[in-house]
Design a binder for this molecule. Structure first.
Ligand code: BDR
Ligand code: CA
Length: 313
């Protein structure tokens, strides 16, 4: 079987970083056409820089990294320095990245890369606000047919919100983009807080990562240790939820997750519930399903998979 083509769209972020490393570790399975970065956890100038730092760390030199949109489609940008630190990647002493930034805007890269691909052949893996993907679909609606699958992190149903009472951060930052992408008519699988809050970076799991040894495992350990401090206090849990790596873990081992086909809409109007993901889990509206909603995960299997891939570096 040939490799699946991927484009990773992200706003690193410690958990985005772990997701990129999972993808790099699985280059035998995936052909990564490029990485696009977006404003979210931190401003764009930092998220593009952080993606390049992660490529440095992994010794990956052959994947272009593009900077995309520096703000949401219709709202002012909010960031999450309170969670991820002022660099977006606090926890490790950062350096000047060696990996260059590609010249082309991330949205134009998405359009060109998808147009050049066969029908239904590219899987998009967004782990930040969906601005770049929505803007590419708005600019070039013909690219939708090239998308095989969109596997994304965003939203919350049973778990409630993490940035407002009802909204998850990625969908809240750019709700208009989230709604646009969810209505694009292509296969979509959505990993929201209902699943990611089952994946806690406990001290035991961090110790397993540290025990791998070497600079990359040490960086992952230190990033997740930093990430833990805010969420552990917020939730009173023994570690922070590991959100974004659900996406690559699903592509590597879908049997770890329980998903259900549902109609999902994103609130774009109400100030009270902006960015809320209305998941029709019990089909009460009769609306046709537009995405798979993830609601369960084998947490031990997930961490085993993550460890196994980090050991490959
Ligand atoms: C999402 O928001 C960011 O803080 C994380 O990187 C993740 O993508 C979780 O709500
Ligand atoms: Ca993210």
């Amino acid at each position: 079987m040939g490799k699946s083509r991927l484009i990773l769209d992200c706003d690193p972020g410690q958990d985005d970083a772990v997701n990129l490393l999972l993808a790099f570790a699985a280059k035998d399975r995936f052909d990564i056409l490029g990485i696009t970065t977006v404003a979210g956890n931190a401003p764009l100038a930092l998220t593009q820089r952080n993606a390049r730092l992660i490529a440095d760390l992994a010794g990956v030199a052959d994947i272009p990294i593009h900077a995309g949109c520096d703000r949401p489609m219709a709202r002012d940008l909010i960031t999450a320095a309170h969670v991820h630190g002022s660099t977006g990647l606090d926890g490790v002493d950062l350096w000047e990245p060696r990996t260059p930034l590609a010249a082309q805007h991330g949205v134009h890269f998405l359009v060109d890369a998808l147009r050049a691909a066969p029908d239904a052949s590219v899987t998009l893996v967004p782990t930040g606000p969906l601005t770049n993907i929505a803007m590419a679909l708005a600019l070039a609606p013909d690219i939708a047919s090239k998308i095989a699958h969109i596997v994304l992190m965003g939203g919350a149903m049973r778990e409630g919100g993490n940035i407002t009472p009802s909204a998850e951060f990625n969908f809240y930052v750019d709700p208009h983009a989230a709604e646009r992408v969810l209505q694009c008519g292509r296969p979509i699988t959505v990993f929201g807080l209902d699943v990611t809050h089952q994946l806690l970076c406990t001290p035991e799991r961090l110790a397993r990562i540290a025990a791998i040894g070497g600079p990359l495992a040490r960086a992952v350990h230190d990033w997740l240790g930093f990430f833990n401090r805010f969420d552990s206090a917020k939730y009173g849990s023994p570690g922070a939820p590991l959100h974004d790596p659900c996406t690559m873990a699903y592509l590597l081992a879908p049997q770890l997750f329980a998903v259900k086909s549902c109609a999902i809409r994103i609130e774009t109007v109400s100030p009270l519930t902006l960015g809320h993901s209305a998941v029709d889990f019990w089909s009460v509206t009769g609306a046709p399903a537009n995405a798979n909603w993830a609601y369960g995960v084998d947490a031990e299997g997930f961490f085993d998979l993550l460890l196994h891939h980090l050991e490959r570096f």
